[in-house]
Structure formats: C-alpha cells, structure tokens
Design a protein around this ligand. Structure first.
Ligand SMILES: Cc1cc2nc3c(=O)[nH]c(=O)nc-3n(C[C@H](O)[C@H](O)[C@H](O)COP(=O)(O)OP(=O)(O)OC[C@H]3O[C@@H](n4cnc5c(N)ncnc54)[C@H](O)[C@@H]3O)c2cc1C
Length: 440
C-alpha cells in the first residue's frame, strides 16, 4: 500500500497555493499537484522590455485577516502602492470623474444632487426584496435609487466580473450587500454596524500592494515554500473514490483521505469519472482581453490614481483601464508608463475574435477620449482570456447546490477556486482557511 497523503490539492493557481500553504500552517500532510510547469494559474505575469503586465489579479489588498498570514508564512515580498491608488475614476464620456473612497463617495460629481439625496435616504427605505434571485442592478437601484444604483451596479459588475449588472445575482456576486440588508434592513446601517463591531483599536485599513516581481513571483515563492509538497507538471487525469480513500491518477497514482479540487467547474468535471458531474459543465463566463499599453511618460501620459472604469452611459469597449505605473512604479522602467486595459466582458464578448490591430486602434482612441490627451504607445501586449471571468449570474446559487451535493455524497471531496464562491484573491485566502478548518 503506497503512502496515503492526508490531503491532495489539485490545481496550483492562487486558490490551490493558498489552500496548501494554509494546510501546512495547520500541520497537515499535503501535496499540491499542478498540470503546467509554473504555479499561479491565470495570474501569469508578463515581464518584457521593462514592463510588468498582469493578465489577471495584480494587487493584494492587505492587511487582510486570512491573506496576510498566508503570504507572510511563505515569505511573499510586497511593495505598498502609492497613496494615489485610492484615487479611482469613472469615465462618463466627457472626462474622468473622481469617485472618492468610502463615505466620501457621496461627494462625487458623478451623481446629481437629487441622486445623492435619494442615496442618503437609503437607511430609511423599506422595500421588500423579490422572492427569487435579484439582479445586482435591481438590488442597488431598489436600495440607492435609479441614478446611483445604475452607476454603482455597472461599475461593480464591470470592475469585478467584467459582467452585466442586469444578469449578475446580487446575493451571489456581492453577498455582503444583501447580507447587510437582511441583517440590518439597509446597506448603510449594515456597514455602520460592521464598523462598530471592529475591535478597538481599529485594524489598519487594507491598501493595495503589489508583489515584488509580479504575481508570478508571488506564486513561485508560495510554491517554493511548499518544497517537495508542490509537484509541477502533474496533470491529474482522474479522481475516484474507494471506501475512505481517493485515488488520484496522473503521471503517478496517489492516494489521499481528502481531495481539494481547485479547478474551474468544467475542468473539475473532466477528472471525476463515475460522479454526477454533468451539472458542473458549461457554467457561464465572460471572455476578456487584457492589453498592456506602454511607452515613455510622454507617449503614454497617465494621471495619478488607480485607474478608471467606463460608466453606464459610455459606448466603449474599454471596461476599465488601470494606471499601473502611476500606483506601482516598478511595473515600468523609470521615465516609462504602463496602462492595463481590460476590454470585452459581458458587454462586448465578440471583441476577443477581433484582430490585434483592430483591438489596439479601438482602445487607443477610447483612451485618448477618456484621458483627453494623445496616446502613442511604443509597447503593446495583448492577452486573450477565452475562458474568461466566471459569472455569478441569477442561476449561480442554484448551480452551487450541485457542488454541495457532490461534497455531501463524497465526504473528503472539496471544490475551491474562483469559479464557485468568491472571485478575488482575498476571498481565495478566506476560503483556504475555512477549508483547512473543514478537513478532519
Ligand atoms: C482580467 C482579470 C483581472 C483580475 N483582477 C483581479 C483583481 O484585481 N483582484 C483580484 O483579487 N482578483 C482578480 N482577478 C481574479 C484572480 O486572478 C483569480 O481569482 C485567481 O487568479 C484564480 O485562481 P484559481 O487558483 O482559482 O484558478 P486558476 O488560476 O485558473 O488556477 C487553476 C490551476 O489549475 C491547473 N489545472 C487545471 N487542470 C488541472 C489538472 N487536471 N491537474 C492539475 N492541475 C490542473 C491550471 O494549470 C491552473 O494553474 C482577475 C482575473 C482576471 C482574468
């Protein structure tokens, strides 16, 4: 009988890396199996000509209860972004309008006085949520009024999911909002309650940090800290269960008491023969194209700040544009600028099929319109992400019951990653801690 491992984690993206690191922190015997020859999954940094482009997540918001201890345990080196990273804009078609952070957002010029007055009335609005799933747009317009609700649902859907606020589920995509309504009767009152519940003195507010060397370097550090427990070039072909053990087939056969499948639902379905996995196939996602736009500071003049999102009334293919080198100078050589432009998503899914030339000419003219200045890049990088960003739509919570059922029928089998219960890297760390707690 070969050595039985406590827990095998399949998939060396940030989800699998965080889970394996957390299991090791909790004193568990673990192996992390990654199909490719590099860790980090979709967050595969491109370093070229002095530019550091992140085709997926590029920053960590820390300190964070779950994420910080995991990054620190592995020794991931972080650089704090410039203070101006707190400065975020919306492009309304005429120019960039500042959306201040937190309650100061009420001062933004992006919303009229009437819209702000309605927004300020939110704690006193008593509206009944509909009986079924409610879209993000419907939820936020019901709570904050038509103007603010339309704007905020649009930027939240684009900025986080490259999604459509009319088809994303409020409860699946932004559960904190709906939870605040159900527990405190209002988002504002729920937020105040949460602030009051914070320990005193209040923990420092999380700010944007970039990993030194990019996300790939962070992934390599996390994998390195796992030592021999991290196994690369191990594409798992099947996971089956016999009695209390799981058998994991790949270049070798491994047996384990628990298996965490940190793969997107479609990829998970492929490796689970003999289990009811039809319901894991074809979950919706929005393809996106990430374009790195680089040049000297004169060629690509970027304002201070984190970046802008296109507003709801703007007919543009750009969903958002991050001023990478403004808040993280190490992403471009001195005297140079780098913008990360995200196009496509649920709004323009067809853009992924367009030629490079067409994509570039469209986004450059849109950038010029938004920034109000000529843009003449000398470096361009286009990354097409056909698998796209998972969409937590109105059927998402119903689909999750398939995952719950599989986990219930096969004790020790756990699904993780951005396809299921949280899209961002901070959530993946929170999930890693709860998974480690769940495993006996
Ligand atoms: C454009 C874009 C912008 C984003 N911006 C942000 C942001 O600003 N902030 C944020 O928090 N998040 C952001 N994200 C999301 C973030 O990047 C993801 O949440 C995270 O990288 C997903 O990690 P994962 O491990 O769940 O999945 P993946 O990265 O998809 O990893 C899955 C891994 O499994 C491996 N694998 C697949 N099949 C097998 C198999 N059979 N056997 C073994 N291994 C296998 C793959 O090779 C891969 O390494 C963004 C994503 C995109 C696309």
């Amino acid at each position: 009988m070969p050595h039985v491992i406590d827990t095998v984690v399949i998939g060396g993206g940030f989800s699998g890396l965080f889970i394996a690191t957390q299991l090791v922190r909790d004193g568990r015997d673990v192996a992390l199996l990654e199909a490719s020859n590099r860790p980090g999954g979709v967050a595969a940094t491109i370093s070229e000509n002095g530019y550091v482009l992140e085709p997926a997540a590029g920053t960590f918001m820390v300190p964070h209860r779950a994420l910080s201890p995991i990054l620190n345990a592995a020794g991931v080196a972080l650089e704090e972004a410039a203070d101006s990273a707190a400065l975020r804009y919306v492009w309304n078609g005429d120019g960039l309008i500042v959306i201040p952070y937190g309650p100061k957002a009420l001062g933004t010029k992006a919303i009229s006085l009437t819209g702000k007055l309605r927004m300020a009335a939110e704690p006193f609005i008593r509206t009944k949520p509909p009986s079924g799933e409610e879209s993000l747009r419907s939820f936020l317009t019901r709570r904050l009024g038509r103007e603010a609700g339309t704007l905020l649902s649009h930027v939240a859907a684009s900025g986080v999911y490259a999604g459509d606020p009319g088809t994303l589920s409020a409860a699946a995509a932004f559960p904190l909002f709906t939870e605040m309504e159900s527990t405190a009767g209002s988002i504002t009152r729920g937020a105040i309650r949460k602030l009051r519940a914070l320990p005193k003195p209040r923990p420092p507010r999380p700010t944007s940090h970039v990993p030194v060397g990019g996300m790939s370097a962070a992934a390599t550090t996390l994998a390195g800290a796992l030592g021999e427990r991290y196994v690369s070039e191990f594409p798992v072909s099947s996971v089956t269960r016999e009695g209390d053990l799981f058998w994991i087939e790949g270049p070798e056969t491994i047996s384990a008491r628990s298996v965490v499948i940190a793969l997107r639902p479609d990829d998970a379905a492929k490796i689970l023969p003999g289990m009811e996995t039809d319901g894991l196939r074809g979950w919706p996602s929005s393809p996106v194209v990430v374009v790195g736009v680089g040049g000297t500071n004169d060629e690509v003049p970027l304002p201070e700040g984190f970046g802008f999102l296109s507003g709801p009334g703007v007919d543009a293919t750009i969903l958002g544009c991050l001023f990478e080198s403004s808040f993280a100078p190490s992403t471009a050589a001195p005297g140079h600028s780098l913008a990360k432009v995200i196009v496509g998503g649920a709004r323009y899914p067809g853009i992924i099929e367009q030629s490079d030339d067409r994509i570039v000419s469209t986004i450059i003219s849109e950038m010029e319109a938004a920034l109000g200045t000529p843009v003449n890049p000398s470096w361009i990088k286009i990354v097409r992400n056909q698998d796209g960003i998972p969409q937590y739509d109105l059927k998402h919570r119903q689909r999750l019951t398939i995952v719950d059922n599989l986990e219930g029928e096969h004790p020790g089998l756990i699904f993780a990653g951005w396809g299921y219960r949280g899209i961002g890297v901070a959530h993946l760390a929170t999930e890693a801690v709860s998974i480690s707690d769940r495993i006996e």
